[in-house]
Design a protein around this ligand. Structure first.
Ligand SMILES: [Zn+2]
Length: 318
């Protein structure tokens, strides 16, 4: 029986799953990333997760593991080198060849959002659609481009949809540029908008999230406030949806995909509220008639998208 391993390397934890031919996980493994302890320790943690998965099956069947797929945050080159990663001390690190050498199987490494969205695509589409875009809205904003059923990464960093300019002279973004989508519609941007309004003396049930120092607003807190018609919650959701709609309209003009998948924490909590607002705005920016020909779906896999996507990524490469 053929098997594959999917690995999701995050800033705090490394998740791994062993999959069989029915696309179902056979075993799972999890370890802390220990990013602060340096690259040697992180690599060792990665190996521990993979070792644990190998140990789940008898040694005689180890040769049935055909490859390992990996999702990592950051910029990954087409030959599997992690140029840099925001929360993990990878710097021009040859992660792919290091794992390949140790386990003697093919390894494919991709950006975490690219890989997770590829997983969502495989799960939702099942070959029905060939040209697909993914937009991931969480703490930051990322995306994925799938052309002819394959992930398109350009030189490595394609689909950075968070940095599409939606307001040329607008807010500054973490990337240094001005007016990026991420500066308007990520959870971080929404929180900043809320904090600015609260500091102006606006009354809102959202004020409570600031009780703990450095607290990050929960998507569910926003969802509850929106459901109870809190004016500031309604306003910030309309605000973010507007800018997301502008980007979605432009992306449709550029790619005219069969399917558009929206995912991430914000969509998981507020997708049904935001979708009509986003589509209404996108309609204003897409060429006439294009929007209605695109199918929209929200992500389905939640926290499993990373490992499942990594598995589909390597399965697709072999
Ligand atoms: Zn930016």
């Amino acid at each position: 029986m053929n098997r594959w391993i999917g690995l999701d390397i995050g800033g705090t934890k490394i998740l791994g799953s062993l999959y069989g031919e029915d696309d179902k996980p056979i075993a799972q493994s999890k370890k802390k990333t220990k990013a602060k302890e340096g690259i040697v320790v992180v690599l060792d943690q990665i190996f521990k997760v993979i070792d644990a998965l190998y140990k789940e099956i008898p040694e005689i069947e180890h040769s049935e593991i055909l490859g390992i797929g990996v999702g990592v945050p950051g910029l990954i080159t087409t030959d599997g080198i992690v140029k840099f990663s925001p929360n993990i001390p990878f710097k021009d690190f040859e992660l792919q060849s290091k794992i390949e050498k140790k386990y003697n199987v093919p390894v494919s490494i991709g950006n975490d959002v690219n890989v997770a969205m590829f997983g969502e695509y495989k799960f939702i589409s099942n070959a029905l659609y060939k040209n697909v875009l993914g937009l991931f809205i969480g703490t930051g904003i990322g995306g994925a481009i799938i052309i002819d059923s394959q992930l398109y990464i350009g030189q490595g960093a394609a689909a950075e949809f968070g940095h599409i300019v939606v307001n040329a002279d607008g807010a500054f973004c973490g990337c240094g540029a001005q007016g990026c989508l991420e500066a308007y519609a990520s959870k971080t941007a929404m929180q900043r908008y809320i904090e600015t309004q609260l500091s102006k003396g606006r009354l809102s049930s959202l004020k409570d999230f600031r009780d703990t120092d450095g607290a990050v607003i929960k998507s569910s807190t926003l969802q509850n406030a929106y459901a109870s018609n809190d004016p500031l919650a309604v306003e910030v959701i309309q605000y973010a949806s507007k800018y997301l709609g502008i980007a979605i309209g432009s992306l449709i003009n550029m790619f005219h995909p069969d399917l558009f998948i929206l995912g991430g924490g914000i969509i998981e909590s507020l997708g049904s509220e935001m979708m009509p607002l986003m589509l209404k705005e996108a309609e204003r920016h897409a060429m006439p008639g294009l929007l209605t020909s695109v199918k929209f779906e929200t992500s389905k896999l939640g926290d499993d998208a990373g490992v499942y996507g990594a598995f589909q990524f390597i399965k697709n490469h072999i």
